[in-house]
Design a protein around this ligand. Structure first.
Ligand code: NCD
Length: 337
C-alpha cells in the first residue's frame, strides 16, 4: 500500500517510508555528491522545469540548499516568502500556491510555521505538481532527516544497531521527528534527551521501528554509558513555545544571543549546565562518535564553539553540504516521474 507521505508524488514526512524508499533516495544523493558540491558541471535532468520555493518562515540553510539543488539539476527557481508577497496582505497560502501554479510550476517547496501546511498544499495542487515539505511547524522536516541519515551513513556505513542521541527541545522539533522516523526505520536506536517538559515519555511509542526510541532526562548519565555513535544537539525553539510565561527554558538575553558572552538568564544558564555540549562532555563520547546540529546554532547555549568547530568530531558543515545532494535526490525522484 502506498505510504501517505511518500506516494512518489510528494514528500511530506519520513514517517511511513520504508527502509528501501530511504536507501533509494540516499543512493541517489550519493550519486549527486560531486554535482551538489559544484565540482561537476550542472546537470540537465530538470532542464525546463520550474521549482517554486514558498517559504513562509525564516530559513538560511534549507532555502538556499533547495535553490542550489534545483539549479544544479538544471531547473529554474522562483522565490516567494510572506515578506514581500501577498500573504502579508491576507492572501491564504493555498491561494498563493494556486496562483503560482497557474503560471506553470513543477514543484513547490513549502516551509511554514503551521504543521500540515505542506499536506494542505499537496491536496490543492493539480496532479503532476510535486510538493516537498521543507519544515511544517513541529511536525516534520523530511529532507533534513535525509541529510542527517546521509551524513551518518557516509561515516558508519550500515546504520543498523547504531545509537544516536538527540538532545534538546524535542517536543517542538520537526528535525527530531524526521530524524527519529528515519533512523529507527533504518535500524538505528535513538535516545531523546532533555528536560521532561521538552521530552515527553510518549515519544518512546511514536516510531515504528525496527530501531528503538528511549527517553532520558540526564545527559551526563547517558554519556557515561559510553555507547553513543552520534549526538545531535538541537536549538531550544523559543518561538514555538505556546505560553511564554510557562517556558521552562527562557531565551538568552538579547545582548548575548548567538554568542558566549556573559549575562545569561538564570534558566538558560541552568539549561546550558545540564544539557549544553561542552568540551568536557564531548570528551566522554567514544572516540569514533560524531557531533551533529541542524543549525541555526545558539553557540554557548546548547553547544560550545570548541565542540561545534572541532574538525575531529563535528560533522555540522558536512550535514549542510549533504543537504544539497539529498535535496537533488528528492527533486529528481519526484519531478522526473
Ligand atoms: C531547523 C528548522 O527550521 O526546523 N533548521 C533547519 O532547517 N536546518 C531547526 C531550527 O530552527 O532550530
Amino acid at each position: 500500500m502506498p505510504s501517505p507521505v511518500w506516494d512518489r508524488k510528494h514528500l511530506l514526512g519520513l514517517e511511513g517510508l520504508t527502509a528501501s524508499d530511504i536507501f533509494e533516495l540516499l543512493d541517489m544523493a550519493d550519486g549527486f555528491r560531486e554535482a551538489a558540491a559544484g565540482r561537476a558541471p550542472r546537470l540537465n535532468l530538470l532542464a525546463n522545469r520550474t521549482i517554486a520555493n514558498l517559504f513562509f518562515e525564516d530559513s538560511t540553510r534549507t532555502r538556499s540548499s533547495f535553490t542550489m539543488a534545483a539549479r544544479r539539476l538544471g531547473a529554474d527557481t522562483l522565490e516567494l516568502s510572506n515578506v514581500g508577497s501577498s500573504v502579508s496582505k491576507g492572501e491564504t497560502i493555498i491561494d498563493s500556491a494556486l496562483n503560482i501554479q497557474a503560471m506553470g510550476v513543477d514543484a513547490f517547496i513549502v516551509r511554514s510555521s503551521a504543521s500540515g501546511a505542506a499536506a494542505m498544499i499537496a491536496r490543492a495542487v493539480r496532479p503532476g505538481v510535486a510538493v516537498i515539505n521543507a519544515g511544517d511547524g513541529r511536525h516534520e522536516h523530511p529532507t533534513q532527516g535525509l541529510l542527517d541519515l546521509l551524513t551518518l551513513r557516509q561515516r558508519f556505513g550500515d546504520l543498523r544497531g547504531r545509537t544516536v542521541a538527540i538532545v534538546g527541545d524535542i517536543v517542538s522539533s520537526r528535525v527530531a521527528r524526521s530524524a527519529l522516523h528515519g533512523l529507527t526505520t533504518c535500524g538505528a536506536n535513538v535516545i531523546l534527551i532533555g528536560p521532561p517538559p521538552l521530552v515527553p515519555r510518549s515519544f518512546e511509542t511514536i516510531a515504528m521501528g525496527p530501531g528503538k526510541v528511549q527517553v532520558r532526562h540526564d545527559l551526563d548519565q547517558v554519556l557515561s554509558d559510553g555507547r553513543l555513535d552520534a549526538i545531535m544537539m538541537l536549538r531550544v525553539q523559543f518561538e514555538r513555545q505556546e505560553r511564554p510565561e510557562t517556558q521552562t527554558v527562557k531565551p538568552p538575553s538579547p545582548q548575548r544571543s548567538g554568542g558566549e558572552a556573559s549575562g545569561p538568564s538564570p534558566i538558560s544558564s541552568d539549561y546550558r549546565q545540564l544539557y549544553g555540549l561542552n568540551a568536557a562532555r564531548a570528551a566522554q563520547l567514544p572516540e569514533h562518535a560524531v557531533v551533529m546540529h541542524p543549525g541555526p546554532m545558539n553557540r554557548g547555549l546548547e553547544i560550545d564553539s570548541d565542540v561545534a568547530d572541532d574538525p575531529r568530531r563535528s560533522v555540522i558543515l558536512q550535514q549542510v553540504s549533504n543537504g544539497v545532494a539529498a535535496r537533488m535526490a528528492v527533486l529528481a525522484r519526484l519531478i522526473r516521474e
